[in-house]
Ligand binder design. Structure first.
Ligand code: HPA
Length: 270
């Protein structure tokens, strides 16, 4: 399937990305920042998983941000949509096959760390993916990566430094922390959040960790930033809703866009 997908994209454009960027909730219109060279609907890519989540638009946009050649994934699929872990990460392998060397992931997440507020950004330093099935289960494709890949540094210290420096320069007090991925689609219970907190997680979400795991496995350099769209269950009296997540994600979108854009520009200039 990967070959077919690659063939299809090559038949549309010879654009070769350096960085692949996955846009999470609220960042859907980030592509306005790019000098666009090609737009491909996910639905037209053979076997490509098509997103059903709110505000995940389902387009691959190829273009320039500053000096960077970027493949922007406008929307992703999640385990809770019913896709297998392998399908969820298949776009990561396609990005690698297209020539990308870096995967930059973004998401909206619930804040667990008591020092976080809704509207904060967190650079992901590590993750806990033990509650979701690994996308690497099954026969290994040795051409993609090793059977037992090392995960001691999934998120690149080099890239994280660039993101933190960029954030500081534009006046964002960026947080750092550990992201835990759960399957969703239900938000967590108070006890589950207590458990995640006891395990060392600073933020919780329904994506990202398995994409990062797959990317590390196939040799991509990885970084990820969460927009803390709400405080996790039990940290406030509020009832959680997708509407609240979307609302905060949209409110913070201009700052998030600026942070991602400037970080991408800097990554390509260093
Ligand atoms: N929990 C899980 N996923 C999320 C949350 C949350 O509180 N906020 C945004 N995505």
């Amino acid at each position: 399937m990967l070959e077919k997908q690659l063939e299809y994209i090559k038949s549309k454009t010879d654009f070769r990305p350096d960085i692949a960027l996955v846009l999470g909730s609220g960042l859907g219109d980030f592509a306005d920042e790019a000098d666009i060279k090609a737009v491909i609907d996910y639905a037209d890519i053979p076997g490509f998983p098509v997103s059903t989540a709110p505000s995940h638009r389902g387009r691959l946009i190829l273009g320039h941000i500053g000096n960077a050649n970027v493949a922007i994934m406008q929307g992703r699929v999640h385990l809770y949509e019913g896709y297998s872990p392998r399908s969820v990460v298949s776009p990561v392998f396609l990005m690698k096959a297209l020539g990308a060397e870096i995967l930059f992931l973004t998401n909206a997440a619930g804040g667990i760390n008591k020092n976080f507020s809704a509207g904060d950004f967190m650079v992901i330093e590590d993750h806990i993916s033990s509650f979701v099935p690994s996308p690497l289960i099954g026969e290994n494709n040795d051409d993609l990566g090793p059977r037992f890949p090392d995960m001691s540094e999934v998120y690149s210290k080099r890239l994280n430094k660039i993101i933190v420096k960029t954030a500081t320069e534009i006046g964002i007090d960026i947080k750092k922390g550990v992201y835990v991925q759960l399957t969703g689609p239900a938000f967590e219970t108070k006890s589950e959040i207590k458990m995640c907190s006891a395990l060392g997680a600073d933020a919780v979400g329904m994506s990202t960790a398995i994409e990062a795991q797959a990317a590390k496995y196939c040799g991509l350099e990885v970084c990820a930033v969460s927009c803390i769209s709400n405080l996790a269950c039990g940290l406030t009296d509020k009832i959680l809703s997708a509407a609240e997540v979307e609302e905060t994600a949209c409110k913070t979108a201009p700052r998030f866009r600026e942070l991602i854009k400037k970080s991408v520009e800097r990554i390509c200039n260093e």
